[in-house]
Design a protein. Structure first.
Length: 326
């Protein structure tokens, strides 16, 4: 029976991770080049991790089964990225973003990690802007925000309906800088087939070159799996067919714990399946979300009427009636 140990640092919620950062042993800059890190995946998680570790001075090898790091499924994300910047002065704070995220995750997420996410959210936006991500701006030039995901504040930073694509281009640019500097090596068309575990620690991977079929092994001091979500367990999710969870499955077979497969990206705003040619659910533009209002006729007899002929007083805005605070 596996022992579950989350390694959440000790201390009060708001200090757990910042204290841990201070208490962790530092690696001298000159020593960093002695350590090698394997990162599997180059979506927003893997590209950022590789670029950051490379910039810090570690030697990084990045592996993807796509033909380019830019093909990662992060490119599909549309709506935006939340940050507690409170630009709108509408009552947002790190604690409110933490609270909303815990609630939105059905109270199943680890509180300390969500708090950390909320805490660094503001810096992530600054980082992305510095990388050149073209977030939407108001006419005055300031960054714009959407109200998203049932939040009562506007804290979502977005780039039209293609935020994931723009963020991925930013992360990819940072990765390219490290590729050019030689701190990161990129292996595309390369599938991780197995994880090498030594004394309970992941120390390497076995890969197959998808063009030549050649099988090879790579060793490192640490392995980061940033291989995306558990998509296709449900037939029609909004994940691409290629998000196939193979890396997670192989790590699981080597003893990694696997939890919450129910956390799969399903969007309520999808175009319904209307033929054999549609192999997955296609997302409607998230630019449409939270704009407009939803209503039905109060009198069922009015259902067949031209909607424009139904006066305001005869419309039932049922969501607003049932959830007045939202
Ligand atoms: C349609 C859609 C809309 C979304 N909208 C939003 C949004 O508005 N806001 C938001 O915050 N989130 C959104 N999300 C969620 C968010 O996009 C994802 O959670 C996030 O981008 C995942 O990033 P990742 O780096 O973990 O994985 P991915 O981008 O999926 O990258 C996985 C990487 O792992 C590699 N890989 C996987 N398996 C292997 C293997 N066996 N061997 C080698 N390489 C492997 C792949 O090549 C790829 O590079 C959306 C998701 C979808 C699908």
């Amino acid at each position: 029976m596996a022992k579950l140990e989350s390694h959440i640092p000790a201390g009060p919620l708001a200090q757990k991770w910042s204290r841990h950062l201070f208490e962790s042993k530092l690696v001298n800059p000159a020593n960093k080049r002695k350590y090698e890190v394997i990162v599997v995946g180059a979506g927003l998680a893997g590209a950022s991790a590789s670029a950051t570790l490379g910039e810090l001075g570690y030697r990084v090898k990045n592996f993807v089964y796509h033909d380019s790091p830019r093909r990662a499924h992060s490119i599909a994300a549309q709506g935006g990225i939340n940050a507690a910047k409170n630009y709108q002065n509408d009552g947002d704070s790190v604690y409110r973003l933490f609270y909303d995220t815990i609630k939105g995750g059905d109270f199943r997420a680890r509180e300390a990690n969500v708090y950390r996410l909320a805490e660094v959210s503001a810096q992530i936006i600054d980082q992305c802007v510095a990388q050149g991500v073209p977030f939407a701006r108001e006419y005055g030039g300031l960054l714009d925000n959407r109200s998203f995901g049932g939040a009562q504040v506007s804290r979502t930073f977005y780039a039209r309906g293609q935020t994931g694509q723009q963020l991925l281009l930013g992360a990819y640019a940072a990765l390219c800088k490290e590729l050019a500097a030689g701190s990161v090596q990129s292996f595309t068309h390369t599938e991780m087939l197995d994880l090498v575990v030594v004394d309970g620690h992941a120390k390497g991977i076995i890969v197959r070159n998808l063009l030549t079929g050649e099988i090879a092994r790579h060793v490192a001091d640490a392995v980061v799996l940033a291989t995306g979500g558990y998509g296709n367990v449900f037939n029609l999710s909004t994940y691409a067919r290629q998000s196939n969870a193979t890396a997670i499955w192989r790590a699981y077979k080597r003893g990694a714990c696997f939890a919450n497969p129910c956390y799969t990206q399903i969007h309520p705003t999808c175009i319904p399946v209307s033929g054999d040619y549609q192999s997955k659910l296609t997302l409607m533009s998230e630019s449409l979300r939270n704009d407009g209002r939803i209503w039905v006729p109060k009198d069922p007899a009015d259902r067949r009427k031209d909607p424009n002929a139904i006066p305001e007083s005869a419309r039932d805005y049922y969501l607003e009636r049932k959830y007045p605070s939202f």
